[in-house]
Design a protein around this ligand. Structure first.
Ligand SMILES: [Zn+2]
Length: 170
């Protein structure tokens, strides 16, 4: 359990509570909005968070390190301060989909996956052309494997969940 004590202000939005420093009041709404946007995208890719019961983001001074556990994200002040760099937030949000591994590879495995996701989300939200090209190619492959549109829809779900399984460390 992490305990953080400071003269926090609170911002609440859709079941999310953000504890932030007074000087980052104007960033807290953006953090909440970007976090929920990331959660929606991860949910679309990987399914709902396991055993989700609400979530809290707590700002900590830069240099303390950001981290995520089952119900809380500690996010460094640097994550609040730079509106053009939401990667810390996307990274920590990605960790909420970490699963308990039967085998125990290096913990760097989770970090590599979260780092991949933070960059991917930036690209997806920027409607990155390369990402869209990859998606279009994947759609062509799905169609060539799956035939009719009715079959294709079910198969797309299967392939998407297969992709999610490969992307998550199960
Ligand atoms: Zn991490």
């Amino acid at each position: 359990m992490d305990i953080s004590i400071a003269p926090y202000e609170l911002t609440e939005r859709e079941g999310l509570t953000v504890f932030h420093f007074a000087e980052d009041r104007s960033s807290a709404e953006r953090i909440a909005r970007e976090f929920l946007r990331a959660v929606n995208q991860y949910t679309e890719w990987f399914g709902p968070m396991h055993d989700f019961r609400g979530l809290t983001i707590i700002e900590v001074p830069t240099g303390y390190g950001s981290q995520a556990d089952a119900a809380t994200i500690l996010l460094q002040a640097s994550g609040f301060e730079d509106p053009d760099n939401p990667t810390q937030l996307y990274h920590e949000a990605s960790h909420l989909w970490n699963v308990e591994l039967a085998e125990r590879p290096s913990p760097r495995w989770d970090e590599g996956l979260a780092t991949f996701h933070e960059v991917l989300l930036v690209d997806v939200f920027a409607r990155d052309n390369e990402y869209r090209a990859v998606e279009a190619q994947a759609d062509r492959i799905r169609r060539s494997w799956c035939g009719s549109s009715k079959t294709r829809r079910g198969s797309e779900r299967f392939h998407r969940s297969s992709m999610a399984m490969k992307m998550s460390p199960t």
